[in-house]
Write a protein that binds this ligand. Structure first.
Ligand code: PMP
Length: 286
């Protein structure tokens, strides 16, 4: 598969795209990113991703290279040029190429580097895993302290996925001070009765776009929401558990560190939230 990628305004075959070795994204992970799902050729929750991108850039004193309608035009062009039906559009903005390596930020007029590529995932919304659920392990959260900024420093989450794989699990949940922060690339929830419990927003977790939509839809469906931390023990004793992310949507979790959650099968709350989230995602996609 040869894709058309976007680099600083140009649409190029992936083999022809070039980034400088002095780019701060490459040298320092001085870069932020977004991943927007595409269902039926349309972008899911696009406004939310634009808002979070602006927030991440602002937190790092980087200028936003495009207004929201400019980003939308570029995303649509990427979907069209790659004939993308179901999958993701990955977007990254780095602090650019100052021409040398230096810890200090370069002069503000240094142009940012903008890269986009697509990933085709036919049947993205019908993942068989949603019918069986994920098994997760827990590992200490050894990431930096500004997890609310969506940077490309993803080495520890990658290590976490490998630890999960080595343990025969699907993913890992991070824990800090005895409580769950989030999954390696998703937000974590437990369910007790009609109540959904998830950690409150702060600098210690990413402000998931899917989290915001799912909590809004859950409130509209008369479910109760409690935003507070929870321990592994509480999670293991919960009726249900699940995670959310832009590409996994709502994914049931059926075991934590080998302990079965509820019946050990995806529960009704996670299944219902997945259904209403996907309906709304399709309805509001642009
Ligand atoms: N937490 C982390 C650490 C993530 O990497 C992601 C995926 N970007 C999420 C949560 C979920 O965020 P979203 O719903 O915006 O994909």
């Amino acid at each position: 598969m040869s894709r058309i990628v976007h680099v600083n305004g140009a649409y190029l075959p992936e083999a022809n795209a070039m980034i400088s070795v002095f780019d701060r994204g490459f040298l320092m992970a001085d870069a932020v990113y977004e991943v927007t799902s595409v269902l039926g050729g349309r972008l899911v929750d696009f406004a939310g991703h634009c808002r979070r991108l602006a927030r991440s850039l602002d937190a790092l004193e980087m200028t936003n290279p495009h207004p929201d309608d400019g980003w939308l035009a570029i995303h649509r062009e990427m979907v069209a040029r790659n004939a993308l039906e179901d999958g993701m559009v990955y977007l990254q903005v780095t602090r650019g190429n100052p021409g040398d390596r230096d810890f200090a930020y370069p002069a503000p007029e240094t142009a940012p580097t903008v890269v986009l590529f697509t990933q085709s995932k036919p049947g993205l919304a019908d993942a068989p895993a949603a019918r069986t659920g994920w098994q997760v392990i827990t590992i200490p959260d050894l990431r930096w302290g500004r997890r609310d900024i969506k940077t490309t420093q993803l080495l520890y989450p990658s290590m976490g996925k490998m630890m999960a794989r080595a343990a025969g699990a699907d993913d890992a949940w991070f824990t800090e001070d005895g409580q769950v922060t989030e999954g390696t690339s998703n937000n974590a929830y437990i369910v007790r009765g009609n109540r959904i419990i998830t950690r409150a927003l702060g600098q210690d977790i990413l402000h998931g776009i899917t989290r915001a939509a799912v909590l809004r839809l859950a409130a509209e469906a008369q479910m109760e929401i409690e935003e507070r931390p929870f321990t592994i023990t509480e999670a293991q004793g919960a009726d249900e558990a699940f995670v959310t992310s832009a590409s996994a949507f709502v994914m049931p979790v059926v075991s934590i560190d080998g302990t079965r959650i509820g019946t050990g099968r995806p529960g009704p709350v996670a299944a219902r939230l997945r259904e209403i989230y996907l309906d709304e995602a399709r309805r509001s996609a642009v």
